[in-house]
Ligand binder design. Structure first.
Ligand SMILES: Nc1ncnc2c1ncn2[C@@H]1O[C@H](COP(=O)(O)OP(=O)(O)OP(=O)(O)O)[C@@H](O)[C@H]1O
Ligand SMILES: [Mg+2]
Length: 462
């Protein structure tokens, strides 16, 4: 561990000297300043972890120095030194943000204890700051790869919703489109960013446990309730509660949730006091909730309550501009994670990515690349690194040493050719350049075959 740095600020040389002797023995790096003015300079240039600050100083006094130091560097912690235990002085210093105080003449065992506590608090503060920043970076908008106009709109809406702070948001989209990512982004762009983001997976909930998990219970409210337990609603206070897969809730759970979402007030099981919380509710589903509502599978009142603002994330196949940028960003991510140095995605793989339907959306693309990067050892991702099951059949067979198997009763070569041309056009949504690539023939050769088999160009257009 790096040496912890302590700055001693006192106008009396002997005090500084005795503290220095003592603290250096404990392994700390000790710095000295004889005035408040000098202390400010040293906080700026030396960034100490802890300042021991005398209240009574010539010139700028300890209170003023404390205020200025805390303003300069909010990570630094201050312990005040006072000649005698004067409650008023101590209270004033603590109100200004001092961590503790020590009295002269020193009882060094107390000094060490106070220093240790202050430094471990400072360490925790730094860790929390670091983790918060890391979380913010991880869930920030910079990490959401967006090129397509439809997703750019989603990002603009996400930013607006983050600012509006309280409105309930419903995020809809197929599995793997990025619903959870957007939910995080809303939270971490909002003023709630330093408060909890609590996720509840509604699909995994047993109805009878829902109330206990969401609302908590008082000690002794039932046989197993040995201690008071806060529910997730309470844990999320001043933050956001993300109700994922809300379309999976049964009628009983929907009724319970309606009350909570509407009033944001509840009682712990066995409790007599109403608890009100300030939570933003974000919900997500891959179901068509509107249709569920129309078919009476989802409560209408709950639907309207959660659908105050809604985001519909399009499937990946409807925003193909995002595919290659996403793929490249995942290659970078896995390069770092697996200590690899993949530089390129081959043209064949890019063409395949652009033509594939991606039923599992961005998650599927991410998984395909993760696997490809584990399998491959060169600097390029090639078709053979992709999982067989997603590749088009004909090219699989053509790639095998046997080629296409002829059944015992024989096969019409013309029919096979026509079928392959049709499949390639279907897979590429009618894009002739890409279809030709899939079949490894020129565009002219493809056109010739389309005429030969009387395949209309517009037929496959998306
Ligand atoms: N635009 C994007 N940029 C970068 N990564 C993305 C993007 N969209 C999704 N991802 C990544 O794809 C994966 C799936 O996203 P996420 O979990 O948010 O999807 P989801 O819609 O919640 O899926 P499910 O319905 O299955 O829960 C995650 O690893 C996420 O980080
Ligand atoms: Mg999800």
């Amino acid at each position: 561990m790096a040496e912890e740095r302590i700055l001693i600020v006192d106008d009396e040389y002997l005090i500084r000297w005795s503290l220095e002797q003592n603290l250096e023995k404990e392994g700390y790096k000790v710095l000295q300043a004889e005035s408040g003015e000098k202390a400010l300079e040293m906080v700026a240039s030396e960034a100490p972890d802890l300042v021991l600050l005398d209240i009574k100083l010539p010139g700028m006094d300890g209170y003023e120095a404390l205020e200025k130091i805390l303003k300069m560097d909010r990570d630094v912690i201050a312990i005040m030194i006072t000649a005698y235990e004067d409650v008023e002085r101590v209270v004033r210093a603590m109100k200004l943000g001092a961590f503790d105080y020590i009295t002269k003449p020193f009882d060094f065992s107390k000094v060490h204890l106070s220093v240790q506590k202050a430094l471990s608090t400072s360490q925790i503060k730094r860790e929390v700051k670091f983790l918060r920043q890391e979380k913010k970076n991880r869930f920030g908008l910079d990490n959401i790869i967006v090129v397509s106009p439809s997703m750019q709109k989603i990002i603009t809406m996400t930013e607006r919703l983050a600012q509006s702070d309280t409105s309930t948001v419903l995020i809809q989209g197929e599995s793997g489109t990025g619903k959870e990512l957007i939910a995080h982004a809303i939270h971490y762009q909002s003023r709630r960013e330093n408060m909890p983001f609590v996720t509840v997976n509604c699909a995994g909930f047993m109805e009878h446990l829902l109330e206990n998990d969401l609302c908590g219970h008082e000690k002794g409210s039932f046989t197993d309730a040995r201690e008071l337990k806060k529910g997730l609603f309470e844990v999320a206070d001043r933050g956001s509660l993300f109700l994922d897969e809300i379309g999976e809730m049964n009628a009983g759970m929907q009724a319970k949730l309606l009350r909570l979402v509407e009033q944001k007030t509840f009682r712990r099981i066995g409790g007599v006091k109403d608890i009100h919380v300030d939570v933003r509710i974000i919900t997500a589903t891959n179901k068509d909730l509107e249709k569920m509502k129309d078919e009476a599978n989802f409560r209408e009142d709950l639907f309207y309550r959660i659908n105050v603002a809604s985001l519909k994330i399009p499937p990946l196949r409807e925003r193909r501009e995002d595919i290659i940028p996403l793929a490249k960003s995942f290659v970078q991510k896995y390069n770092e994670e697996f200590h690899k140095n993949v530089q390129k995605i081959s043209k064949g793989v890019e063409d395949f990515f652009l033509s594939y339907s991606w039923p599992g959306n961005v998650r599927e693309l991410k998984n395909v690349l993760e696997r490809a990067m584990i399998l491959g050892d060169g600097d390029t991702i090639l078709i053979e690194h992709l999982p067989m099951e997603i590749l088009p059949r004909p090219s699989n067979q053509a790639g095998s040493s046997e080629g296409i198997h002829i059944p015992p009763e024989g096969i019409s070569l013309e029919k096979v050719e026509e079928s392959l041309v049709r499949q390639a056009l279907k897979m590429t949504g009618g894009n002739q350049t890409r279809a030709a690539k899939l079949l490894d023939i020129s565009r002219d050769a493809l056109r010739y075959r389309m005429q030969k088999f009387n395949i209309a160009e517009a037929y496959f257009a998306p």
